[in-house]
Design a protein around this ligand. Structure first.
Ligand code: GLY
Length: 412
């Protein structure tokens, strides 16, 4: 009796195992078909998009010709056919060499590398600039990439001096690097500042001096505490009391309203906290980045093509302007974040980034060859409240778009 029972139980469990095996095999086949289909779609896109890096490089070779020797591209005024430029002290000066270097890596076109080396010499003096918090953007997107591609002692010196200049703006009373100087009794910190921390992590890795690392972590902690609302959208500007470090005001500068979610600010936060997790492996930064991603991707005002309006609360949605730069930063950040994200959300982030990259790669955003002053993308928004750089090409839109495209190409 016992033997019969055992046998039946055995048969039953064999059947279950067989069913389980068949089901798993079917699922495995189905998912491998889907993965294959996605990969083919991706490969076709990368191939079919008219060799996107070569096309972008051709644009930058046009821009090179237009640029006066000591100037950096800022934007282009279509109606006047005028390239607007800046000095090396403008917060965007690192993006031009950075984009040239990314494009050189993809095309191996030596003219791009030579131009990057030329303009880096003009940029170098900013390593002493203690009047800006933007040294991460300016020096790490430029010299950081140059040093990654072809390490040189002089690049390391420039990056370290820059990191020291940036660290000089940290005040332990507030727990933040100061973003903007002010004559009033205020200490202004903007969400954008999260992007400058990567340079500090590099400096600690390079020297073993943990003070840079500690400043970056303290800045991120303070930002996590004060810059975010319960829904994980962020304020643009926090005004701290410089004597006590207490928050005295939460407001905007470039967004629609103090309580609105300025799109590029959300993008800086997403990218910044993704980098924080990469550099520290501290789970709380990953959680923060995931929450920000969810705020962005679940927002009812995020269009289907995933390029955000310039502010998630712009009053004239759906007629509000889009901001390609915010879309490019978000795409690039998501193409890193999906690798760290739990399996159940990872593919959602990857697909959203894929939609962003593909949308930006259509003629709706990519300029026709030979137009746009040599910029790659059209339709970014700099500072609507000041009525400056409204619906124009911008260097950081190009930089993060090319970075996103590289990350997409390199993704599995
Ligand atoms: N950091 C300035 C901006 O995002 O416009």
């Amino acid at each position: 009796m016992e033997t019969i029972l055992n046998k039946e139980t055995h048969n039953l469990s064999d059947m279950k195992q067989l069913n389980f095996f068949l089901l798993s095999t079917a699922l495995l086949l189905l998912s491998s078909c889907l993965v294959k289909k996605n990969m083919e779609a991706k490969d076709n896109f990368v191939k079919s998009f008219d060799k996107p890096f070569t096309a972008a490089a051709a644009q930058y070779k046009i821009m090179m010709q237009k640029l006066p020797p000591d100037r950096f591209p800022k934007t282009y005024h279509k109606a006047a056919d005028k390239l607007e430029t800046s000095g090396s002290d403008w917060w965007c000066s690192g993006f031009y060499p950075g984009t040239l270097l990314y494009l050189y890596e993809e095309t191996k076109d030596q003219a791009l590398y030579n131009e990057a080396e030329r303009i880096l010499k003009v940029l170098e003096k900013e390593k002493y600039n203690k009047s800006t918090h933007d040294l991460g953007f300016m020096m790490y997107c430029s010299f950081g990439n140059a040093n990654r591609i072809a390490p040189k002692p002089e690049y390391k010196e420039i990056l370290l001096t820059s990191a020291r200049s940036l660290a000089s703006r940290f005040d332990p009373k507030v727990g933040c690097i100061k973003s903007w100087d002010s004559k009033k009794p205020e200490y202004l910190v903007i969400i954008d500042n999260m992007m400058n921390l990567e340079l500090l992590f590099w400096a600690t890795r390079e020297t073993g001096d943990s003070s840079f690392y500690k400043i970056a972590v303290t800045h991120a902690e303070t930002t996590m505490k004060n810059h975010f609302r319960p829904d994980y959208s962020s304020y643009h500007v926090i005004n701290y009391n410089p004597e006590t470090g207490a928050v005295q005001q939460k407001r905007t500068a470039q967004g629609y309203a103090d309580e609105s979610a300025w799109a590029r600010g959300q993008a800086w936060g997403l990218y910044g906290f993704t980098v924080m997790f990469r550099e520290t492996k501290d789970r709380k930064y990953l959680d923060q980045a995931l929450h920000i991603a969810d705020f962005i991707l679940n927002h009812p005002n995020l269009p289907k093509d995933k390029i955000p309006y310039w502010d998630f609360n712009a009053p004239d949605i759906p007629d509000a302007l889009r901001d390609a730069s915010a879309g490019a930063v978000m795409a690039s950040a998501l193409l890193e974040l999906y690798k760290y994200a739990p399996a159940k959300v990872s593919s959602k982030y990857y697909k959203a980034a894929e939609t962003m990259v593909k949308t930006l790669s259509t003629p709706a955003y990519v300029a026709a060859p030979g137009t746009n002053g040599g910029f790659i993308l059209e339709h970014s928004v700099g500072h609507i409240p000041q009525k400056s750089e409204v619906d124009v090409p911008l260097t950081y839109a190009d930089y993060y778009y090319i970075e996103a495209l590289k990350r997409y190409k390199e993704s599995k």
